[in-house]
Design a binder for this molecule. Structure first.
Ligand code: ADP
Length: 385
């Protein structure tokens, strides 16, 4: 039950390795009061040396916009945590003990969890009297069926090291699948859905009756689709091959696969708007990067149609999914016999909220559904409190 009044707002903080995103959200109405991001934290060219400095700057920016966080009825601070490990999957009220437990998860997510824990520490110092809540990107996929969650490796080894497929972007997949049901005015329990979250990070999920049955990310957010800077699936043999022969250390290989791979690694550009311009100007590396991206995406769509057996709706979300009509067209082209028929005109026409882009007689409905992870995190906080 919610104890927040309609005036209450939640500050949502997403603290990554070199960026800090913040949003002030009204969980009841869904109104976004203010939002911003601070980039290039700790980089040589940047004026923001640390997460401490970044959060102070965020608070200053909010104050300049008229939001005094101590006076504006802050109900909670919601922190996006990428990895919850096996232990955390519910929204969790943060105390010193929880912070210690979260620190212990860092080996599972060395690129993502430490900066988030840093963000939590600074925010708790700045706002000691407000409840702080951790919301986990892995939460929605906690109950993934064993067949989908299990890697075919030695069971004892996997157990000892908490190795399983966790899945990420769960807040978004959960939110978007719920919004798709609302848009279609159908009970969530009756829908089989595929959600394609295509942003800088990209992931797909298959959801049956509101419960996830497959997702493309695994132990870490590296598995699956081709992303802005991440490789997605590679033969694990690539890693030992490079380690053994290319004189690369494990940190270097990990960093390459996370930060210098994906469309960036293939084309030298990670942003899809600029990638599109390069494709149009005839850049063959950009064209190949795009084809690899689309090919992988289509493979996953095909796989999830098979996993679900019967699919009602496919939804596109996040920066590319919501805005790039060409990606949507190419991802689903030639799938008439699989039950997917886009309406070209609908696909091309942008709109604010959720919308249908499939033809009226397409057996599978295709939607564009804007994601709103900040709102979903804010609502999780209020539900917990
Ligand atoms: P993040 O994972 O950082 O939250 P986003 O969901 O914001 O990422 O997605 C970023 C990606 O979306 C970038 O590749 C960007 O180029 C792409 N994008 C954003 N707007 C558009 C647009 N209007 N057309 C095509 N691509 C877009």
């Amino acid at each position: 039950m919610s104890t927040a009044s309609s005036n209450d707002v939640v500050l949502v903080i997403n603290s990554g390795s070199s960026s800090l995103k913040f949003a002030l959200v009204e969980p009841d109405s869904g109104v976004l009061r203010s939002a911003g991001s601070i980039e290039q934290i700790g980089e040589a060219s940047s004026s923001v040396a640390s997460h401490d400095a970044a959060l102070h700057r965020a608070f200053d920016e909010l104050a300049e916009n008229g939001f005094d966080l101590r006076a504006c009825g802050l109900a909670a601070v919601g922190h996006r945590m990428v990895h919850g490990g096996k232990k955390f999957y519910q929204p969790t009220l943060i105390d010193d003990g929880v912070v210690d437990e979260l620190k212990k998860l860092s080996p599972l997510a060395p690129l993502h969890n430490p900066p988030a824990v840093l963000g939590i520490a600074v925010a708790r110092e700045l706002l000691p009297d407000v409840p702080h809540v951790a919301v986990f990107d892995t939460a929605f996929f906690h109950d993934l069926p064993a067949a989908a969650a299990t890697y075919a490796i030695d069971r004892e080894l996997a157990d000892a090291w908490q190795i399983r497929r966790y899945g990420f972007h769960g807040t978004s997949h959960h939110y978007v699948s719920g919004q798709a049901a609302v848009f279609l005015n159908e009970p969530l329990a009756r829908l089989n859905q595929i959600v394609l979250h295509l942003g800088n990070g990209a992931s797909a999920s298959a959801i049956s009756g509101g419960r996830p049955v497959e997702t493309s990310m695994g132990l870490t957010p590296l598995e699956g689709l081709v992303m802005g800077t991440r490789s997605g699936d590679v033969d694990p043999g690539v890693i030992s091959y490079l380690w053994r022969n290319a004189n690369m250390g494990v940190d270097q290989i990990e960093s390459m696969l996370n930060h210098q791979a994906g469309v960036l690694g293939l084309a030298g550009e990670r942003d899809f708007r600029r990638l599109r311009q390069m494709i149009e100007s005839g850049d063959s590396a950009a064209q190949l990067a795009y084809h690899v991206f689309i090919h992988r995406l289509r493979k996953y769509i095909g796989a999830y149609l098979a996993v679900l057996g019967h699919t009602d709706v496919v939804s596109f979300t996040a920066g590319i999914g919501e805005h790039d009509a060409t990606v949507r067209r190419d991802a689903l082209a030639g799938m008439t016999e699989l039950g997917i028929e886009l309406d070209e005109h609908r696909n091309l026409h942008p709109a604010g909220g959720a919308r249908r882009i499939s033809a009226d007689d397409s057996p599978i409905t295709v939607l564009v559904v804007p994601t709103n992870e900040e709102l979903a995190i804010a609502r999780d906080c209020v539900r917990l409190l």
